[in-house]
Each structure stands twice: as structure tokens, then as C-alpha cells.
Design a protein around this ligand. Structure first.
Ligand code: FMN
Length: 265
């Protein structure tokens, strides 16, 4: 079945559903219709071209200093699914077994090792002043290194803060984790735009995942995303959307605690 998507978002799966979105589909429709699926159809694969487009979309995710401090293991083969499933908790066992692909997102705990490579691919794009300060600034922000080093940096920043704005350093896993989570969200929204179902997961035994997929200690494993076709479209249609807080409980105008005037009545 073909749908009129630009960038060759075309053949979904002849046996499956029509692709829900067209080239004119506003992003809001993708965001509002996405939900976590609990049951994947084990007999419906994702076409390689669609998967490739999803990965290309994910790679466009913005990251701090463009360091792209993440990696992602795509679990596709039955043997890998089976060994990953032994690390999963509760219903996640079946999600990993049934979904054609589970993307295991990894956050780099040694992002400074990326600086040279990123500089080499960006050299002509960035201004010389940026190239000159980037290694030092990036190394500072990532929070890599011993806890004491960050504590000293933050104490110095607090002392200087009344004089001029100073950066605060978080722990490297938090820094890398936030960048990785953004990539995972791109992956999810891109998948949704192709009519695919997704489920983000954090319910797993990290030690077992590490062993099953041979993930080096350099990387943390903050989340994974199973993607595929929903087991039963009609069943999924009946699932109500999960509720959210009110806009004014989350979004504040100008100062903390002042509910946004965008609040719906
Ligand atoms: C970081 C993260 C971890 C999650 N872990 C799990 C999980 O382990 N198993 C699961 O079934 N759903 C998991 N979910 C899905 C959430 O339960 C779901 O997103 C939430 O209830 C909102 O529902 P919705 O995604 O349908 O809007 C996770 C979602 C996120 C963002």
C-alpha cells in the first residue's frame, strides 16, 4: 500500500494497515496520536527502507555541541531477541520477543572521546572561534571526570555567579542521558510518522542487557524502544489515550508556579 509521503515514506507493509500520515500531516497529529503499544505483531517485519529512514531521522536529533553522545543497538535477529528477553521485566519480555526491532539506546559516559571526530566533520561549517573554544567548553559541560572535579567547578561557578553567568556541570550520565533521550524521542516520533507502534522501556536488568548485547562499560543503558506493528489495530483503537496533567500544572508563564495563560479552561 502506498501513501503520499514525501521523502519516500511509502510502502508500509502490504499486509498491514494503511499508513496513517501523509506528507501534509502536521506534526501535532503525529504527537497527539502516538501512544505506547503493549502488543506487537510478531509476524509483521519493518521494511528496511522505512527503518533506514527512521534511523536517518533519529540521527538529525540535536545534541549538545553536536557531540552525538549516544549509540544504539538494533535488536532484530531472533537469537538476539531471545537473549535480550531474559533481561526484561514483566510484559517487556514479550515486547522484545514480538517486536521486529528493539532499539537499545546507549549513553556515552566518555563523550570527550568524540570531540576530535566531531570537530573533523564540522571544521568547515563552524567559525574558527567556535573551533578554538569547542574542545574546552564541551569538555567542561559534559561533566566527565571525577566527582570532585565537578564539585570544584560548580563551587567556583557559584562564587562567580553574582559577577557573571556561569555554567553548571551535571554528572556525565545525566548530561549524556538527556542527549540520548532526545534521540530516542526522535526515533519514536519518526516511527509514529510511518504508522508504526512503539513502546519505550526502562524495565530491564541492566547487567543482563549489557552481557546479552556485549555493551562496553563506557555506555549506560538509559532506555530502549521496541518498534513494530501493533498486534491488533482494532484493539489498539479501543485503548484510551493516557491522561496528562493540565497545561497550567506543567507550563508556567515567566516565573515558576505561575500557570500559563495558555491553560485550557
Ligand atoms: C523512559 C520511559 C520508560 C518506560 N518504561 C516502560 C516499560 O518498561 N514498560 C512499559 O510497558 N512501558 C514503559 N513506558 C511507557 C509509559 O508507561 C507510557 O509512555 C506512559 O504510560 C504514557 O502513555 P503513552 O506512551 O501511551 O502516552 C516507558 C516510557 C518512558 C518514556
Amino acid at each position: 500500500m502506498l501513501c503520499s509521503l514525501s521523502r519516500c515514506r511509502v510502502l508500509v507493509n502490504e499486509r498491514v494497515l494503511a499508513c496513517s500520515f501523509t506528507s501534509n500531516t502536521p506534526f501535532t497529529e503525529i504527537a497527539q496520536s502516538r501512544r505506547s503499544t503493549k502488543r506487537f505483531n510478531p509476524s509483521l517485519p519493518i521494511s528496511p527502507s522505512i527503518l533506514e529512514s527512521i534511523l536517518a531521522d533519529t540521527l538529525r536529533t540535536p545534541t549538545s555541541f553536536n557531540l552525538q553522545p549516544y549509540a544504539c543497538v538494533l535488536v532484530k535477529e531472533d537469537s538476539a531477541k531471545s537473549s535480550l528477553s531474559t533481561a526484561m521485566l514483566g510484559g517487556n519480555v514479550f515486547r522484545v520477543r514480538d517486536a521486529p526491532v528493539t532499539a537499545v539506546f546507549l549513553a556515552d559516559l566518555e563523550p570527550s572521546k568524540r570531540i576530535d571526530k566531531i570537530m573533523s566533520i564540522e571544521k568547515s561549517y563552524r567559525a574558527p572561534e567556535y573551533n578554538a573554544m569547542m574542545p574546552l567548553a564541551a569538555g567542561y559541560f559534559t561533566g566527565e571526570g571525577p566527582w570532585l572535579g565537578n564539585a570544584i567547578k560548580n563551587a567556583a561557578a557559584a562564587a562567580m555567579s553574582p559577577v557573571k553567568p556561569m555554567p553548571t556541570v551535571s554528572k556525565v550520565n545525566a548530561w549524556s542521558g538527556k542527549n540520548t533521550a532526545m534521540a530516542a524521542m526522535s526515533f519514536i516520533h519518526s516511527s509514529t510518522s510511518f504508522g508504526l507502534a512503539t513502546c519505550a522501556m526502562e524495565g530491564y536488568d541492566v547487567l543482563r542487557v549489557r552481557e546479552a548485547l556485549r555493551i562496553p562499560d563506557r555506555y549506560e543503558i538509559p532506555l530502549m524502544v521496541s518498534v513494530g506493528y501493533s498486534m491488533d489495530e482494532e484493539f489498539e483503537e479501543e485503548i484510551k489515550r493516557t491522561n496528562r496533567l493540565e497545561l497550567g500544572e506543567v507550563f508556567f508563564d515567566d516565573t515558576f508556579g505561575n500557570p500559563t495563560s495558555q491553560s485550557r479552561a
